[in-house]
Design a protein around this ligand. Structure first.
Ligand code: GDP
Ligand code: MG
Length: 370
């Protein structure tokens, strides 16, 4: 059950119903002894009354909605690495992502129309690599703090003719803070002024010591323009991923994050989600931030329709009732009604947060006027 009557709650808490009704009124909830209240409200009342509530009362919507058991070892399989490209503006992030993407398009796929969905998979040998293709620096910065969390490896692009710049340092700090492995792509090697030694020298100042100098940081000289070194770079990513032994459980409900989302005139809310664990199926009920809905259609970066998407797979989905925000978590769930309740709860929390930040701002404004 998702609800409990005031009377039953009182009995479980060994308290009079009047006590509870009074507390509820304090919270702005008008209820009589036979009315039902949701579990979160019940939990709030119980804790406010300093009562050790019985176990069933304490269970939150999230706990009832999400499958949170640990994956068993025998369910885990190797998954592809999730890679993000970081670096200073104009050092060649977009060019490199394009070069990688084109290097991977096989002749059998040549007919496919590639779409921008914010992420794509690349075949390397018998394996695959998932790239987050966050466009533009702004979106990247906004998502980086959370984006780094969904990634395993960061390719740090440094232009060989420019060296380490402020956003390079920012990227290094973000990657380090998130515990993401860093591979350095020394780009623009085709330029006559390219000076890879200088780049490596500068890297050591940020405790990134290249392998060739006795450290553990892989540096690959590349050119997004001539495609020189791209294959080696991809091999190094694969190698790093192998060492990390990345695993996931395809036999559970999907969970992951929203990479980007928009409102499409014809299709309604469209979101690219990255499945991090589990498998997403067409028809699944998903909740992403305050958006909920049933996956109506699912397509990959080549516009191909998919029935399901396993771990480390980015897919574009339609069917959500509203547009989620980039960086929102998403979960496939069994109970649609509960998912809608959680959306209500999240909306309420968002409003509270907005209200709190509004209050803070006005206070600050007040002081600044004195
Ligand atoms: P981003 O801001 O990091 O995404 O950088 P872009 O990919 O937009 O590249 C910035 C500029 O550098 C563009 O004019 C690219 O054509 C150029 N560029 C990128 N990679 C290379 C390269 O390997 N060699 C040369 N010569 N130019 C490059
Ligand atoms: Mg760019």
């Amino acid at each position: 059950p998702d609800e409990i009557t005031v009377g039953e709650l009182a009995a479980r808490m060994k308290m009079t119903a009047a006590n509870i009704i009074k507390k509820l009124m304090g919270l702005g909830v008008m209820a009589s002894i036979s009315d039902t209240i949701d579990y979160d409200t019940a939990f709030l009342v119980a804790s406010e009354l300093g009562c050790a509530p019985e176990k069933e009362v304490v269970v939150t919507i999230e706990e009832r909605l999400f499958e949170e058991e640990e994956d068993k070892n025998e369910d885990l399989v190797t998954r592809s690495p999730i890679v993000v490209v970081m670096g200073h503006v104009d050092h060649g992030k977009t060019s490199l992502l394009d070069a990688i993407r084109h290097a991977s398009v096989t002749s059998t796929e040549a007919g496919g129309i590639t779409q921008h969905i914010g992420a794509y998979k690349v075949k390397v040998g018998d394996g695959e690599i998932t790239f987050l293709d966050t466009p533009g620096h702004e979106a990247f910065t906004a998502m980086r703090a959370r984006g780094a969390l969904m990634t395993d490896i960061a390719i740090l692009v440094v232009a060989a003719d420019d060296g380490i710049m402020p956003q390079t340092v920012e990227a290094i700090n973000h990657a380090k803070a998130a515990g993401v492995s860093i591979i350095v792509a020394i780009n623009k090697m085709d330029k006559p002024e390219a000076n890879p030694d200088r780049v490596m020298q500068e890297l050591t100042e940020y405790e990134l010591v290249p392998e060739e100098w006795g450290g553990d940081v892989i540096c690959v000289p590349v050119s997004a323009a001539t495609k020189q070194g791209i294959d080696t770079l991809l091999e190094m990513v694969q190698l790093t991923a192998d060492v990390k032994e990345l695993k996931a459980n395809p036999n559970r409900m999907a969970k992951g994050a929203v990479i980007e989302a928009k409102l499409d005139k014809g299709r309604g809310p469209v979101a690219t989600v990255l499945v991090q664990n589990g498998t997403l199926h067409r028809g699944d009920v998903v909740i992403a931030g305050t958006a909920v809905g049933r996956v109506r259609a699912m397509t990959d970066e080549n516009g191909r329709r998919l029935e399901e998407a396993g771990p480390a797979t980015p897919v574009e989905i339609t069917g959500l009732a509203e547009v989620p925000a980039a960086g929102d978590d998403f979960n496939a769930v069994e109970n649609e009604k509960l998912a809608r309740e959680l959306v209500e709860k999240r909306r309420y929390q968002q409003k509270q947060e907005q209200f709190n930040s509004y209050q803070k701002v006005t206070l600050e404004n007040l002081f600044s006027q004195i």
